[in-house]
Design a binder for this molecule. Structure first.
Ligand SMILES: *Cc1c(COP(=O)(O)O)cnc(C)c1O
Length: 379
């Protein structure tokens, strides 16, 4: 008689929670006792540690990864009449933030192997930018946990005087040529949504920068445009603060983050070793590391493969089923004049496997066996 195998988690947050439960509970109790629920001492401590991780002087904790993007755009005065170059193959927030500040997203195609912003497509989008829009910023996305090609993209941004804002919601903790994500762009944003590699127990985000002036502007915008004192307002801002409780939780998660990144890398490499002959496994940029927010690959018969996997008890994800330039609210914004061929091709073929630092080899072997069989038997 064989026992029914335990269900496989797509992302296992429970094991992590149990690992640090005592520490988190003690940290939360401390916040309850000191009572500084907004902008308490844990916020300052977290910002210091985030800046260290990101290899920059400053970090600003904020309410979400989306707010982080909005704050970064606002800090540079980006708004109506401005073009912000973004990939279409991303979570909606990247383009949404541009629209929220009144700017126009311009959709850039992706590289076929790395799935991050294609520098040649960025150049075409800048060259063909409609005359009513002034090119202002480029926001590459570190899709699935690895840095975009900041060397090539940075050269183009510099040539055209564009601000570079890195959307590192999925890649905080990764690096490119030894430079940590956080120091690869003028400003870097990240998200602490629970399912991200560094997640809290609710919503949260951060902006990182080396710029002493920008951090002051960001601090002011995060808190209603505050000036020299609480009821003096130097600019239009928002309420974009992170709760102290979330900072307390993140400090405990940061203590095990390096260990978790190592585990993610080990598990991802093992997937690649065991699967490279049956599907197109993910490619990490030369000189870069990934924190494996997702383990995403492509296969010709994707829909049949994931149906077979799901029937076998293996959960899967599709990031992202529909690129932004094909979705109603974004359909009218400009895009690469040569088309969005790579983005449109990948959307029909990508799928992601369970990925988290606590996956044991037996579980991974089950997933691998199921995928190998699904690929063989799928039409
Ligand atoms: C998750 C995510 C965001 C938004 O973060 P929130 O904290 O959910 O607002 C932005 N960009 C990318 C690429 C993301 O994956």
């Amino acid at each position: 008689m064989t026992a029914t195998p335990a269900p496989i988690a797509f992302i296992d947050l429970k094991t992590q929670r149990l690992r640090i439960a005592d520490k988190v509970e003690a940290a939360l109790k401390k916040v309850l006792e000191h009572g500084a629920f907004v902008m308490g001492p844990e916020i300052i401590a977290l910002e210091k540690q985030l800046a260290q991780w990101g290899g920059v002087k400053h970090a600003l904790a904020c309410a979400s990864g989306t707010d982080a993007l909005v704050l970064a755009l606002m800090a540079k005065g980006i708004g109506p009449g401005h073009a912000v170059f973004v990939p279409s193959f991303t979570f909606v927030a990247t383009a949404e933030a541009a629209v929220l500040v009144g700017a126009a997203p311009v959709f850039v195609d992706i590289l076929p192997d790395l799935l991050t912003m294609d520098p040649a497509s960025l150049q075409r989008c800048i060259d063909s930018c409609p005359s009513h829009l002034e090119p202002k910023a480029v926001m590459p996305v570190d899709l699935f946990g690895q840095p975009a090609d900041y060397v090539a993209l940075g050269a183009i941004a510099a040539k055209h005087g564009l601000t570079m804002i890195a959307d590192a919601a999925q890649s905080f903790g990764a690096a490119l040529h030894g430079t940590p994500v956080g120091a690869l762009a003028e400003m870097t944003t990240t998200s602490f949504f629970p399912a991200k590699p560094l997640g809290c127990y609710g919503d949260g985000g951060a902006v990182l920068t080396d710029d002493d002036e920008l951090i002051e502007i960001l601090r002011s915008i995060r808190n209603h445009g505050q000036g020299r004192d609480r009821y003096e307002h130097a600019r239009i801002g928002v309420n974009g603060r992170l709760d102290t409780m979330q900072a307390a939780i993140l400090l405990e998660k940061l203590a095990i983050f390096a260990d978790e990144i190592q585990a993610r890398d080990r598990i991802a490499n093992r997937y690649t070793q065991l699967l490279a002959d049956v599907v197109a496994t993910p490619v990490v940029i030369a000189g870069g590391t990934s924190v494996w927010a997702q383990y995403t690959m492509t296969t010709a018969n994707r829909d049949a493969v994931i149906k077979a996997l799901n029937a076998d008890g293996v959960p899967t994800g599709i990031y992202y089923p529909t690129p932004l330039h094909l979705q109603g609210p974004y359909a009218a914004f400009p895009r690469d004049p040569a088309g969005m061929a790579v983005t449109e091709d990948k959307m029909g073929h990508v799928f992601s496997l369970p990925m988290h630092p606590y996956m044991d080899e037996a579980t991974q072997d089950r997933i691998v066996a199921a995928l190998r069989q699904a690929v063989e038997t799928s039409p």
